[in-house]
Unconditional design. Structure first.
Length: 276
């Protein structure tokens, strides 16, 4: 499969379109369309990384636009692993990762988007949100952390916020890494039973797991209401980590190609410069 064909197929297949009917139960997190297996996926990832790296360098040198990548998933969904596999090999000068946990301190004295806006990547940068402003319509909805009327308004506010970013040359793309409840169980068990992974395990994860159906409903609402063409959601089958990484890398590559970053023009008459 060529890069171009893979990108075309996956973007069409996994993008949620505005006003599309969405049923979380219809997603197939164990599926791997377009790839024959792990070996092919790893080959594609390894082929994509140098190309992404080249485009990142151009983006950084150009300094006129930025890329914001939002990662959301159920607990154990693979956000950290995706960041390591796809963005870890890139030049760290041009990549910034932001993690959003429960707001605290000064954050609570501001509107919910205040801390998010501060983390938006500067021009020339790739910014990655490991969780994001969508927590304010996901866990906030499931756990009833805000009034229902406030939650309803936030979908529009988030769309307006992302449109504003786009108008100011920050491209926004969003990935929901979709795993099954059975896969989550296996990953939680691995954390519990593997000494080196014990630090990742939290009893709080079990409390959130008990609300799986509620989170499915919350994600359905987000995908239905917050996936305009200027800031689309991609729902990626993520039970197979190798498949998840390959697909995300391909969509990142294709998006950067769409942005067409260019090296700045060189100073005039460089051929006449003499260095003693």
């Amino acid at each position: 499969m060529s890069d171009k064909n893979a990108a075309r197929k996956w973007r069409q297949q996994f993008q949620i379109r505005e006003d599309q009917k969405v049923s979380y139960r219809n997603f197939r997190p164990d599926s791997t369309p377009g790839l024959d297996g792990k070996e092919e996926a790893l080959a594609l990832l390894n082929k994509n990384i140098p190309k992404i790296n080249d485009l990142q360098e151009r983006l950084y040198a150009e300094g006129k636009q930025a890329l914001l990548v939002v990662l959301q998933a159920m607990d154990t969904g693979g956000k950290d692993g995706t960041i390591r596999a796809v963005f870890g090999p890139l030049n760290p000068q041009g990549v910034h990762v932001s993690n959003f946990k429960a707001p605290c301190g000064r954050e609570l004295t501001h509107d919910y988007l205040w801390r998010v806006h501060q983390a938006v990547p500067a021009k020339g940068m790739i910014g990655i949100f490991n969780r994001s402003h969508y927590e304010d319509v996901l866990i906030a909805k499931v756990r009833e952390l805000a009034p229902k009327n406030d939650i309803q308004q936030r979908y529009r506010q988030i769309n307006d916020f992302e449109a504003y970013l786009g108008e100011n040359h920050v491209r926004v793309i969003k990935f929901h890494l979709c795993i099954s409840k059975d896969e989550q169980r296996e990953r939680l068990l691995s954390r519990l039973q593997t000494t080196e992974k014990n630090w990742k395990f939290s009893r709080g994860d079990l409390a959130e797991r008990a609300l799986w159906d509620d989170y499915e409903n919350a994600y359905e609402r987000v995908l239905k209401r917050c996936s305009p063409a200027n800031a689309p959601w991609y729902v990626i089958p993520a039970n197979k980590k190798w498949y998840r990484n390959a697909v995300v890398s391909q969509i990142i590559l294709d998006t950067l190609r769409d942005m067409k970053p260019q090296f700045p023009a060189a100073e005039a008459d460089l051929d006449q410069v003499v260095i003693d």
